[in-house]
Design a protein around this ligand. Sequence first.
Ligand code: BGC
Length: 786
Amino acid sequence: MPPRSLRLSLILCLLTFLALPGARCQTSTESAGFHGLPVRSNLVSPAVEKKIDALLKEMTVEEKVGQLVQYSVGAPTGPETGPGGYEEMVQKGQVGSLYNLRGVQDANFYQRVAMEKSRLRIPLINGLDVIHGYRTEFPVPLALASTWDPQIVEKAARIAAQEASAAGVRWTFSPMVDIARDARWGRMMEGAGEDPYLGSAIARAYVRGYQGANLSAPDSIAACVKHFVGYGAAEAGRDYNTTEISEHTLREVYLPPFYAALDEGSASLMSAFNTLNGVPTSANPFTLTQILRKEWRFPGVVDSDWTSIAELQAHGIANDGETAAWRAFTAGVDMDMESNLYHEHLVNLVKKGKVSEAQIDDAVRHVLRVKFALGLFEHPYTDESRENRGPLTKGNLDVAREAAERSFVLLRNEPQGSARILPLSDQFRTVALIGPLADDPQEMLGAWGAHGQAADVVTLRTALTQRLGAERVKYAKGADFRTATDEQINAAVEAARSADGAILALGEEAGSMTGEAGSRAHLDLPGRQEDLLEKVTATGKPVVVVLFSGRPLTLKWAFTHVPGVLEAWFPGVQAGPALVRTLYGDSVPSGRLVVSWPDSIGQIPDYYNSLNTGRPAGNVDLTRPGTTIQEKYVSRYVDEPNAPQFPFGYGLSYTQFQYSAPQLSTTKLNAQELCTALRDRAADGKTVVTVTANVTNSGKVAAEEVVQLYVGSRGTSVEEPVRALKAFQHVLLAPGETKRVTFALTPEAFALWDINNDRTVEPSQARIWVSPDSRSGQPVELEITE
Ligand code: BGC
């Protein structure tokens, strides 16, 4: 028997161990209360906390509230609501942040008021929606994600940060990481698609790019991950609409990219417009306090979305502004963007005792941490000579072109004579270039173009003319977005007849049909573009469609009748050169879909990582005549196959790739061991199994493949997706070359949110695919033992 003191300390040790969140690792259905490790952050240090304490002691309640108030000055990005008179308000210490300022002089002007005329000289933090570039516009975010290349996303975000910070912007409201499963929703174009794993990798890349190695460097800007949370699940794809998401799905699908961005160090987060399970997300204590502050221990700022606090009244959970302010603030929103309600009511709420000064101090602390981290107290002003030095350098434009090329997804490439239609051959001596997007520079910038300028854009027409010479390009617009006259269409048909082939640049209008408030109930080509396409195709000339859109479009006819379709999204300033290089084979498409491409609107919401149901339809196409009774009673449509037009992960190349069956380093893992490692920061990234497969380029050109690894688990306490992306790799292969691709999987690949919504690994039968997309390939089995 050990001595009494030793016995006591052993018992104490055991008790402490049991009390630590997540220290016990249970794989049974009994709750272990583990919701993941806290996020990592550099915002907190003893020295900074001391400075904040000192400042808080000096501040009046009015000045504290001022730090929580934010207004748009300049071109508005939402309904205009602010009171105006900001110079005076800044001077009185009533404003903590301005955004949408027009440039460095504006930024320095207001900063000077804060630093020279306000009592405590607390700097402002200037924000802007720098979403896919500041002046050098890159492809829209959905396109950037379609590169499946976090490195190019990081590079684009770094350039955006350099250019924006030169204009006095130190805070961007990006990345938007909302999972989107509904192509009707216009803001699908602002995110990274439908997958939480890929979405997390891309989210981290943006944060690294914006914030750089050191947030206090003058060319770093604070990231703001948004919109917390579930905004992308808007019912019927209608922007701002209600969402209902179970806690399980929230944790498994919608929260991971937020966690990833914050764990990468994102200094701030934006709440959203939508109601989530009956509680608006800008006043939702479960997401904003329980998950964000208690589980994740996020120490940075929570900003509201534009007037989302005032909108609590329209939601019906506040009958007046004071209640709206109270609800949002006590749920965990630190800063009021544009509602003007914190300014009007917070001081009073403190006086009435409905909000404590300690609560105000906490919120102010979150704001000040970010201001200190950005070095704004030491260096509040921006060197005005920087503003015009950075943008549109050759280096930046090269990255914009490369990003665009890597974002294009080749959807269809059928044989035309002895070869496939793309890349275009010299038989295309003369080309008819047709369509509303062939020569519209403004459209190439896409929605949320920040300070991008049409004059900076090289269009497809310009680039094609540069390559072929004016005499070989026969341009006819053919149609506007919403209308076309018969004369326009006829002229385009004539142009096609007189050329060797036609390129049609078709699609959506970025500004009005994509982005915020850009939901669509119809996903076909707007106006008479489809008519134009059919008539040009009827000439019998080879036709390629270059599709510009912020989402998948349901183009059944094109996908059956047009030999070549390249999805270009909205490619940014280098649209033309990137497209021409791709169409002519100087660059081989390697972009892959980050959203399932529906065959028809009726399939929406359509996503690959769905559950199996009790009556899965498998691959049976029930629209075929002769459906058997066994085939009838399954989860399916009577008038449409279940399969999407193109699955998540899909994209063609100018070559073909062959995959061998995957091999595992072990076919058995232990649930307890995986679960323990999952909960231990030190074991983060520990490899538990390697998966290898050979990938061969069996075609004639060197090309890059995105090799994707999926896992599906059966026998778990909750139903898991049929398969879910857990890793991917790019591999560059010469013609005929085979490379062995190795994936090192960590416990995360097998982790799930169990029946109690705890993060764990359960005994199960796992299946692992290594494949070119989310529907193909044969899995290998791996057992996760008890
Ligand atoms: C959008 C946000 C944006 C904010 C500021 C809102 O309307 O939803 O994404 O950051 O405006 O411009």
